[in-house]
Design a protein around this ligand. Sequence first.
Ligand SMILES: Nc1ncnc2c1ncn2[C@@H]1O[C@H](COP(=O)(O)OP(=O)(O)OP(=O)(O)O)[C@@H](O)[C@H]1O
Length: 472
Amino acid sequence: MATDSWALAVDEQEAAAESLSTLHLKDEKTKPDANGEFQLLRWGWKKDRAAQSLLNKLIRSNLVDTTNQVEVLQRDPTSPLYSVKSFEELRLKPQLLQGVYAMGFNRPSKIQENALPMMLAEPPQNLIAQSQSGTGKTAAFVLAMLSRVEPGNKYPQCLCLSPTYELALQTGKVIEQMGNFYPELKLAYAVRGNKLERGQKISEQIVIGTPGTVLDWCSKLKFIDPKKIKVFVLDEADVMIATQGHQDQSIRIQRMLPRDCQMLLFSATFEDSVWKFAQKVVPDPNIIKLKREEETLDTIKQYYVLCNNRDEKFRALCNIYGAITIAQAMIFCHTRKTAGWLAAELSREGHQVALLSGEMMVEQRAAVIERFREGKEKVLVTTNVCARGIDVEQVSVVINFDLPVDKDGNPDNETYLHRIGRTGRFGKRGLAINMVDSKHSMNILNRIQEHFNKKINKLDTDDLDEIEKINN
Ligand SMILES: Nc1ncnc2c1ncn2[C@@H]1O[C@H](COP(=O)(O)OP(=O)(O)OP(=O)(O)O)[C@@H](O)[C@H]1O
């Protein structure tokens, strides 16, 4: 292996972490300094998928519940399929059970019901698991790592790869919380900038880090003896492969591990590229999939308003607000500039407005969304890019101040559906209003109608009676 090839391939995000000091669990002096964290959050921004994933983690306090069935594909179809309805059934070590309950978990989530017995089985089995964000994957693999680790052995036994420093830190927090009743247990962060003395061996039992640095620590710097790793976790595989170099680095690390090391891979989505990668790094896997609930437009009333320019769109919006009571609304604009302008105009009209904008750091975005979720603001103005992949389920009115288009200017049907669609479970009635201000945007609207085969009715916003009717 070329000695410096991985160093060249290390992504820019890790390089930005240069200022970080050594990080260890339960060791305050070696926690990242606020400045380092700040810089890294800004860096994380550059990676849309990683940022989205982090944002969802930061704003989510509960499990996403789903009514969809778990699909299980066993490596050995003849072996019995276990599922558990309680944590007691798993025969966890008492300290671990204590940790689980201290986190407020009463029973396993849907995916955990099947994944945990598989992950904790003897002999250890490999697993590839896919389910949407918030369904309990992280908690599941942390539980598996903590079950297998022997705190008395002072060397790394569990290795977890995360796509970015911030995501590693979030997972680290879960390990810390769940392992709270293991006083001897320590965690090391293998992230660029966490510099150790050459020739040093790590005594922490769990290592979590980004692929480039973990690879360095395992091979070039030899801080970790990969042959002693018992559990290898690859988290957020879909985000991972979106970053150049990470896929190769992960595969190289996996090749250094012993044959009987348990390999676990998790992903929120499962496109072809993720599946190909998963098969390369997880031999003989069991597979668990939990489908995301489909969104539909069936319970949504859709309208469009014809205007000539931005100011007319704003007036139409004010008329709508004047005629019907809107508890909370999300308004989407095409550019940051329009979003900023609209938020200011709405504030001037006396609305409590929150603005979610592209230049904000991840944590600022999370704070804005959380305030909106709590109802502190009634209107959330945002751009498409900014709110992609973020679920704010309670919103019943969505206004497309600009219609969603892709980078080539074609209708972005997927985004349209995600903005205004509802899953079966949140199947409350909703209202969507689209602002059309040119021939071009009328054409986009027509194509969206055709795509979904659902009529979007015209609304005359100068006719108050007509507007009132839409809310019945
Ligand atoms: N069995 C459980 N009971 C109650 N809450 C749980 C349980 N498992 C996980 N949670 C909580 O639900 C939330 C989502 O769980 P978790 O982060 O493990 O999901 P995830 O699928 O890994 O999502 P993401 O990919 O976004 O991290 C977290 O706040 C977690 O503490």
